[in-house]
Design a protein around this ligand. Structure first.
Ligand code: SF4
Length: 407
């Protein structure tokens, strides 16, 4: 993080609970364009990058902002006012915070930024889904999605720029991972999607299922979700309505369980045996399905939260009757829901949507086997809402994207 100020005020220097972790990762930028794949630091964390002059207020905690105010002789209660303006009253600038003294608004504006990304593309689907392609301060691009489903207003949020997991059917992993997102960058997605809502609409659910593997950036994901579930100063979304989706990293699942935050855990299985899963989800070679299921069981024992398994159904690859029977054997007896999602083709990748017959047969086998299964309808097909598609298309063929609105 750049701590050099262009103002007369000393620069804010946050030292919050997770700043040590952030420092270890956030200060590794070389200033050069990041390579497609970046080596992790000693603590296993990927670097984050911060090139802006002013500090991202979304990276700051309540104690940090309170200290900053106290240092400038402003009362402590102003910190709560500022965060409520940002997270609850959808303020986009300090100038809009009309119950703050003018001098404070001016100082805040000199020291901090609320939003640091620009919206490179904003797409609307006929089914109400909206997708944003955000360009970050260092040029990295991420996607996030707002889904409307009855009264639900769910958002799908990214945790990394790119992804290292390499799932063969996913556009996000095609170019590897560039870096972890900061806590502020994760929160900024939530706030930008919240701003797409009408005044009488409220965010109801969060899924950490966008670009990246959330458990590979766990400290920052947990920091951001603390704010998301904070009913007093943050977004006030119940942890029961927050889902963290992972390909299955057993040590990180154990860390998540130990964090005592009862978020919903969704594990992307995509194959019922190691031979096939090694091909579809290469990171499986270092874990194996059994170790993932053991970690999932420990998570369930600790949190008592029902597990969800995700299974992208790929035509001719993992949609056979044998695969369905093997899935039944794996999941039978677990308090779990299986979400099956027929594949959404990605331009340039050779994978296909399963045939209606194959879907029907797969479903019948699972139901006959006593599995609690839901076949999810894909939303936003017409706007490349599957993970990483918009970013990839936008980089390669900007002319083919129908951008309905830009901010
Ligand atoms: S599906 Fe998820 S974990 Fe797999 S490469 Fe894509 S973003 Fe990464």
């Amino acid at each position: 993080m750049n701590t050099t100020s262009g103002t007369n005020s000393p620069r804010p220097t946050p030292e919050g609970p997770s700043s040590a972790d952030r420092k270890s990762a956030d200060h590794q930028s070389t200033g050069a364009a990041p390579p497609a794949v970046v080596a992790p630091s000693k603590d296993g964390a990927l670097p984050t990058t911060d090139t802006s002059e002013r500090v991202a207020i979304l990276d700051w905690t309540m104690p940090q902002l309170t200290q900053w105010l106290t240092d400038r002789s402003f009362p402590k209660f102003r910190a709560g006012q500022i965060f409520r303006w940002i997270y609850q009253r959808r303020s986009q600038s300090f100038e809009q915070m009309t119950d703050l003294p003018k001098d404070l608004r001016k100082q805040l504006d000199s020291a901090f930024e609320i939003f640091r990304s620009t919206t490179a593309a904003h797409q609307h689907s006929a089914d109400g889904t909206e997708k944003l392609l955000l360009q970050l301060a260092d040029g990295g691009r991420i996607e996030c999605v707002l889904l409307r489903d009855g009264p639900r207003r769910s958002i799908c949020v990214s945790s990394q720029v790119g992804c290292a997991m390499g799932c063969v059917f996913c556009a996000s992993g095609l170019d590897g991972v560039e870096r972890n997102l900061t806590r502020g960058e994760i929160l900024e997605q939530m706030l930008k999607l919240q701003q797409l809502l009408e005044p009488d609409e409220r965010l109801s659910h969060i899924v950490m299922m966008g670009m990246g593997e959330p458990l590979a950036n766990l400290p920052r994901v947990l920091d951001a979700l603390e704010v998301a579930k904070d009913a007093d100063l943050g977004l006030g979304i119940s942890p029961r309505r927050i889902t963290i989706s992972t390909v299955g990293l057993p040590p990180a699942i154990d860390k998540l369980a130990a964090a005592d935050a009862p978020y919903h855990l969704a594990i992307s299985l995509h194959a019922p045996n190691d031979e096939l899963r090694n091909r579809l989800v290469p990171v499986n070679k270092t874990t194996g399905i059994n170790a993932i299921l053991d970690a999932a069981d420990r998570y369930f024992d600790k949190t008592r939260r029902r597990l969800t398994f995700e299974y992208v159904l790929l035509g001719g690859l993992n949609d056979s009757a044998l695969c369905a029977r093997q899935l039944v054997q794996l999941l039978r007896g677990r308090t779990a829901m299986l979400n099956v999602i027929p594949y959404n083709p990605v331009p340039g990748l050779p994978y296909e949507t399963p045939s209606p017959d194959a879907v029907l047969q797969f479903r019948r086998t699972l139901l006959d086997g006593g599995i609690n299964v839901m076949f999810r309808q894909r939303k936003g097909d017409d706007i490349q809402a599957a993970c990483g598609q918009l970013r990839r298309l936008r980089e390669r063929e900007p002319q083919v994207i129908g951008i309905s609105k830009q901010k």
